[in-house]
Design a protein around this ligand. Structure first.
Ligand code: AMP
Length: 285
């Protein structure tokens, strides 16, 4: 595996790959690689010739009171894991190369970025779309692989690709979970032992809604109530939002007749860790 720090060096490699007619699969990450990231890498390996994993803790997607400084950066371990899982190129640029002095260009998807994560984290998606567009321009991947875990992010990025006529195809891969249902996340490392025991309730709440849905419940108010009641039983988590929305527009649904997204976010009360999760309700399943 080649580790590349420089943007110019990465672009030269990309030129060579394109000349040799090979396809590029990109897995953008902020590092602290876990099995969720590695499942994206495995998918990229299956579907494209050359797999690039980017590791970049992107400062523009963090708010001023968020965990940018604290965010885990186990770079050597990440390199080992990526190499072990067959990554061809690990691209990890410096922040000052991505955003040099006098940097002033950002890209913004409107409307759907103002809801849910965007409402709680103003500016977050502006940072995400900007860095992803920059990575797409540098790496020119044929396919880019993202996790369903960050459902709103995938919807925003699909919009970016469509609206700006980008040629990269976005693939969304399933959420990888611990055996007790907790979605893997680099931020799980912040949890206290007590919180770690209780946070699987986040997925259990979604599971209860899914069960009610399969028994025929379609009214979103009562489905949301089921989830909220489940979370209220835990003294350690504070729900931030429980939403049942259209998969493309993120508009709230009153009753479910087609595919729908249930997205939740909770904050823990001891370590103040934000955890998000979601499921898709599909009438065809
Ligand atoms: P991050 O490093 O948190 O920016 O995540 C990089 C990519 O990994 C994003 O596309 C995430 O959606 C994806 N990802 C994070 N956690 C999981 C998970 N548990 N299962 C699948 N994909 C994930």
């Amino acid at each position: 595996m080649k580790v590349v720090r420089g943007i110019n060096e990465m672009q030269d490699l990309v030129d060579n790959i394109h000349t040799s007619q090979q396809t590029i699969g990109l897995v953008p990450t902020m590092g602290a690689l876990h099995k969720g990231h590695l499942s994206l890498l495995a998918a990229a390996r299956k579907q494209t010739d050359i797999t690039v994993v980017s590791i970049f803790v992107n400062p523009t997607q963090f708010g001023i009171n968020e965990d940018f400084d604290q965010y885990p950066r186990p770079f050597d371990q990440d390199c080992e894991k990526a190499a072990e899982y067959g990554c061809d190129i690990l691209f990890s640029p410096q922040a000052k190369a991505m955003y040099p002095e006098n940097y002033m260009t950002y890209c913004l998807v409107e409307n759907i970025t103002k809801k849910f994560e965007g409402r709680i984290r103003p500016g977050h998606f502006r940072g995400v779309t900007t860095v992803v567009l920059k990575l797409f321009n540098i790496i020119q991947p044929h396919k880019a692989f993202f996790g369903q875990k960050d459902a709103q992010q995938t919807i925003v990025l699909q919009r970016l690709i469509k609206d700006l006529n980008l040629r990269t195809k976005l693939l969304v891969m399933p959420t990888i979970r611990e055996s007790d249902g907790l979605a893997l996340s680099s931020r799980n490392a912040y949890l206290t032992a007590q919180e770690r025991k209780q946070v699987p309730i986040i997925f259990q709440g979604l599971g209860e809604a899914q069960k009610a849905y399969s028994l025929g419940k379609r009214n979103t108010r009562s489905l949301k109530q089921i989830i909220k009641k489940c979370y209220a039983a835990s003294p350690i988590i504070q729900p931030e939002y429980v939403a049942i929305v259209d998969l493309e527009t993120l508009k709230p649904l009153h009753s479910i007749s087609d595919k729908a997204l249930i997205a939740v976010a909770c904050k823990t009360k001891e370590s103040h860790t934000r955890l998000i999760d979601n499921i898709i309700l599909d009438p065809a399943i």
